[in-house]
Write a protein that binds this ligand. Sequence first.
Ligand code: AMP
Length: 631
Amino acid sequence: MTGFADFHRRSLEDREGFWKEQSQLIGWHKPPVQICDYSNPPFTRWFVGGQTNLCHNAVDRHLLTRPDQPALIFVSTETGVERTYTFHELHREVQRAAAALLALGVKRGDRVLIYMPMIAEAAFAMLACARIGAIHSVVFGGFASVSLASRIEDATPKAIVSADAGSRGGKVMPYKPLLDEAIRLSKHKPESVLLVDRGLAPMERVAGRDHDWAESVARQDGVQVPCVWLESTDISYTIYTSGTTGLPKGVQRDVGGYTVALAASMKHIFLGEPGETFFSTSDIGWVVGHSYIVYGPLIAGMATIMYEGVPIRPDAGIWWSLVEKYKVSGMFSAPTAVRVLKKHDPAFLAKYDLSSLKALFLAGEPLDEPTARWISDGLGVPIIDNYWQTESGWPILTIANGVEKKPSKFGSPGVPMYGYDVKIVHENTGEELTGANEKGVVVIEGPTPPGFMQTVWGDDARFVRTYWQTVPGKLVYSTFDWGIRDADGYYYILGRTDDVINVAGHRLGTREIEESISSHSGVAEVAVVGVADQLKGQVAMAFVVPRDSAAMVNTASRLKLEGEIMKVVDEQLGAVARPSRVHLVHALPKTRSGKLLRRAIQAVAEGRDAGDLTTIEDPSALQQIKDLMAP
Ligand code: AMP
């Protein structure tokens, strides 16, 4: 076995040779002519001239070798439905869905927006798009109409696939009214909407536009829809993520590079073998859901569990019972979920036979030591922290135990993965910080590895400006995370450098929440900051200056306005973005030039020292926040 250091070095020094080898993990219709094209930095093109298809690699490729092996295991503890689809059955479902999309006029290159709960049809829809070369854009079901509308406008989808409702913790969450409202708000209107009717909530149909999924796919039974051979550099999908502006960015990914990156990561990082079962507890609305619920495990010939429900219902043993039942070998979750489980009886961990499990992978937010220790002791398997972003598509920092077994260090996601040239630079000078434990911004030197975002959908200039031009004097990709590297080369992530917050592993832009709150007529000014939270890592907290100061005078009017503001966010963005608290204040702390002192607000809200305040205009504004936070 090669050591990881050599493996990593080779991935950078002999980039072509290394990735050519990795590219052989997948099936190509036409092999690539050029491995890596970095002639137009920072844009990287992988496996140029090659032709392949994600759906072919995830489904069709396994039909000869493992047609009757489980591929998709759908479990809903919300509706009680549990069903396994073999590769053969998955192939049939995906073909029917692809044929239904074609019948609606969806063509190669068209966008299909998917706004769905965690049901098998969502995976069929994604794979069907990949099959015919349509670009899917999955929007997290927890987002409400305004968030959805801005994504519809940006993606301009030909069709939308949705459902009547999702369900969470036994509560039905209707999707269709939010979708209808979003389409009403959006300047772009999709030609058709394909709707899965789960019988959970009533749905009004728009004649001529709305189609029933079951009827549409039944009509296509037995129709053969071959995979369209796409250029490696064609677009497979876009996924929206939050940044510092209110406008979400469409992270755009290719076909060939992504397929190779996932195949390689399943082998080297996630220790996945064909025939085994992978269980990722994320949601298809997030990048982890794309990479490690749908595509990664299937590409590796594994069965993948798609789970609709919460981790503690019917009880906190539900996930472990699935590990036992389906002999899960790799499990992927987020620290927040483990913190939720930690509040329950640890006996749930001992109740089931977890001997099939090789490791638990956790990502999306910092993994605190008590949480890591608790789950590590409880499971008795390695806990592998992994750091990445929607933009990267697969881990940037972790431990690749499939290449070389290496110890993890609590608090550190690990070391840079193969293909990633990670550095730490000074935020003002751009100078590389090579010493141990020197704090700076974590950046990546181009070319970025396969699977990494190609660009921002429809806006190359924004891609370059946002990600590649923030470090002075250098064309490097900024992760917008602070980090350090210790003497052994292990990295530690110390939080974001921008206004992005991370609530229960979900990335939210504070600006988006502020814009939503500002739309309430009673709001004059607002600042939203992320505040440390024991369970969720961070929560959003809003400080609002009301238009009418009378709102602050009596408790009833204050509570009324605070409640209305929460409701606005719920309705526009979704409960996922709802601030944990709204505080009414007489003014927001600003500099004399009028710039909001966000960091100071955040520090005070977390009970920390506000730092340098020499430029503050009105110290009483900060004092009021301090008083509000006093226990
Ligand atoms: P997202 O694009 O939603 O995956 O969010 C990416 C951000 O989440 C990163 O830029 C980090 O700030 C944070 N993050 C993800 N994984 C980790 C991790 N393992 N440790 C610390 N922070 C993480």
